[in-house]
Ligand binder design. Structure first.
Ligand SMILES: [Cu+2]
Length: 199
């Protein structure tokens, strides 16, 4: 309650001073009073490409970070996948889907690391390994990453989560492409990670 009051007063003061609302970058103003979480976000994934591939891959992914500095859990489901396969799953750099999933560019990698598995400390912030589809082409996701943040300078809010057409080789393929992308190839579906109302 005190937080809400403080934000209200700050907004009112800002209006009086500048005639505009105060807006923090990256949508963090909702939680600008201290660092208390949890911070929540969601991405609704769909095929987006310059050429319609005919895929019907859909995903609903929820992100939750209890507090700044804590790991983020990534849960949800992707449907319409090829049955019984592993497929690369990452957060990519931009929230730009103007040319489909491709315009999200490469993996989100603010620390300039090489690509690796979710268990490898030497990996991109956006590296989340693979998802596993079942016999019905459904992947149920429950992952956790200590390099994936919803608050702070390395926040993934406004960036894009992607499921690929091939397995991520986790940087072990012995090629430059493997160390950059896991050679997971094309992009089946993607969605922009949007901030949710704090719970
Ligand atoms: Cu990717």
């Amino acid at each position: 309650m005190y937080c809400s009051l403080a934000i209200l007063l700050l907004s009112a003061a800002s209006i009086l001073a500048q005639g505009t609302y105060y807006t923090a970058p990256n949508g963090t103003s909702i939680n600008s009073c201290g660092t208390s979480g949890p911070y929540m976000a969601r991405a609704l994934m769909a095929p987006r490409g310059a050429i319609n591939s005919g895929e019907a891959v859909l995903g609903n992914i929820t992100f939750m970070q209890a507090a700044a500095g804590q790991p983020t859990t990534i849960t949800g489901q992707i449907t319409g996948l090829t049955p019984n396969v592993m497929l690369g799953f990452h957060v990519h750099q931009l929230g730009d889907l103007s040319n489909g999933c491709d315009s999200a560019l490469e993996h989100y990698n603010p620390r300039m690391k090489t690509h690796g598995d979710l268990t490898n400390p030497n990996r991109h912030n956006g590296d989340l390994g693979n998802v596993q589809s079942d016999a019905n082409g459904v992947a149920n996701i429950n992952k956790q990453s200590d390099l994936l943040a919803l608050i702070g300078p390395e926040s993934v809010i406004g960036r894009t989560i992607i499921v690929h057409r091939l397995m991520d080789d986790l940087g072990l393929g012995g090629t430059a492409e493997s160390l950059a992308s896991g050679s997971a190839n094309g992009r089946s579906a993607c969605g922009i990670i949007g901030q949710l109302r704090p719970t």
